[in-house]
Design a protein around this ligand. Structure first.
Ligand SMILES: *[C@@H]1O[C@H](CO)[C@@H](O)[C@H](O)[C@H]1NC(C)=O
Ligand SMILES: *[C@@H]1O[C@H](CO)[C@@H](O)[C@H](O)[C@H]1NC(C)=O
Ligand SMILES: *[C@@H]1O[C@H](CO)[C@@H](O)[C@H](O)[C@H]1NC(C)=O
Ligand SMILES: *[C@@H]1O[C@H](CO)[C@@H](O)[C@H](O)[C@H]1NC(C)=O
Ligand SMILES: *[C@@H]1O[C@H](CO)[C@@H](O)[C@H](O)[C@H]1NC(C)=O
Length: 374
């Protein structure tokens, strides 16, 4: 019996928690980026994540609390938009000492721009690769050399289409492919929302054969995501980032959705995984498509950025409709499938091989295939 007080003393020393505070051990943590994405998870029939509000030092002043169900199984946070907000908030969560996140599944659940060559507005996508396409050299397009298509080219290179000559390590992240397939199958059981306005916006892409998927009905799609703080638009930048994604992932990734946070979120999670605060094999990157990344044929590129976004509402609703199937699947099959983790057969991690293993993209592990930290 005397072991219990001893253990408590030890855990107080190790984790700095008070005698009375219990760690919340979520099965799923939903990561949203701004209020509209969070709101679709409130007042839902499936669970109440507003049963516990926990203020976390280091969270955004706009979104100061983590929210959890009363049993702590499902939690949600809002990072604030952009890479800096995402990295800061996720780091604050990991080192907050309110949570035991070692077996938690992280579900990135946000909206994104979409490449009409691969998917359409309203679709819900699950990524294997996240590529930081904004982390490059850039010159203004009016001053580019004649052989450049756009102003972007990789750092340490002499022009577009080359591998970066120097890497920062966050250019590419790869997540657990087996887990992605499970999430995809669960999401497929959802009936998605759609609207007449979204259908009309989609139809405008039907005149160009390469945009056939953009003009088709929305669905659940496996395709990769690109991160850039810049909210960009247009065919040239779209084509440039398709190329960047291909080059950075050794041809394996296909740029499909564009957003402003995921590589930052993944970098913060990767750093926590180095110290076993989280399991990098338990991350799902779900992005629904709210708008096209380029205008319909013959339309203005700036209007595409500042005009109406008929995909906005259905994409938000679909985050919940598809995402809740993933959350419920993980919670209900916890004991027989998810508690022990879903073993990845692919490389998972960053460009540098920080978590161990040999990346299938970039210059190879800089730690000789071993984890950066034993
Ligand atoms: C948590 O915060 C929300 C508002 O963000 C509020 O509606 C809810 O009642 C709060 N929950 C508790 C238990 O105080
Ligand atoms: C955290 O949770 C895991 C399993 O969910 C458990 O094995 C571990 O002991 C917990 N750690 C702490 C500090 O409570
Ligand atoms: C961002 O993360 C994605 C998804 O893991 C990865 O494919 C991509 O390469 C990353 N990009 C950068 C620049 O970090
Ligand atoms: C989509 O959601 C809107 C707004 O709630 C609703 O009016 C519409 O009927 C829904 N459509 C479908 C197909 O569920
Ligand atoms: C993308 O790469 C292809 C093939 O290398 C090239 O022809 C095209 O000009 C590139 N597009 C952009 C916008 O860089």
């Amino acid at each position: 019996m005397a072991r219990w007080p001893l253990l408590s003393v030890l855990s107080c020393l190790l984790f700095g928690v008070s005698w009375t505070s219990a760690l919340i051990t979520p099965k799923v943590f939903i990561l949203t980026m701004f209020d509209s994405e969070a709101n679709v998870w409130f007042d839902i029939p499936e669970f109440n994540v507003l049963a516990q509000n926990i203020t976390i030092p280091g969270f955004s002043p706009l979104y100061p609390d983590a929210h959890c169900t009363s049993d702590g199984n499902v939690c949600l946070l809002t990072t604030g938009q952009g890479e800096i907000n995402a990295a800061s908030t996720i780091s604050a969560l990991l080192y907050s000492r309110n949570f035991n996140l070692t077996s938690t599944y992280f579900l990135v659940a946000g909206i994104a721009g979409v490449n009409p060559k691969l998917a359409t507005i309203g679709s819900v996508t699950f990524a294997r690769y996240a590529v930081q396409v904004g982390l490059q050299y850039e010159v203004d397009a009016r001053e580019i050399p004649a052989n450049f298509q756009t102003g972007y080219f990789p750092q340490g290179s002499t022009g577009p289409g080359q591998l970066p000559g120097s890497w920062d390590g966050t250019e590419v992240f790869e997540v657990n492919e087996n887990l992605r397939q499970l999430a995809f199958a669960l999401a497929k059981t959802a009936t998605l929302n759609d609207t007449d306005d979204a259908k009309a916006a989609r139809a405008m892409y039907g005149t160009v054969a390469t945009f056939a998927k953009g003009a088709s009905a929305p669905g659940i799609v496996l395709c990769d995501t690109a991160t850039s703080d810049t909210f960009w638009s247009g065919n040239l930048l779209g084509n440039a980032f398709e190329n960047t994604t291909k080059v950075f992932t050794n041809g394996a990734g296909a740029y499909c959705t564009t957003q402003q946070e995921d590589n930052a979120t993944l970098q913060a999670l990767m750093r926590g995984a180095l110290f076993h605060f989280v399991d990098f094999g338990r991350i799902i990157v779900m992005r629904s498509a709210s708008d096209f990344d380029r205008p319909p044929p013959g339309q203005d590129v700036v209007a595409n950025l500042i005009g109406a976004t008929p995909g906005f509402n259905p994409s938000l609703l679909n985050l919940h409709l598809a995402g809740v199937k993933v959350v419920q699947g993980i919670v209900s099959q916890w004991n027989n499938r998810f508690a022990q983790g879903v073993r990845p057969d692919n490389y998972v991690g960053d460009v540098f091989g920080s978590l161990g293993g040999e990346p299938d993209f970039g210059p190879g592990s800089i730690f000789g295939g071993k984890p950066a930290r034993a």
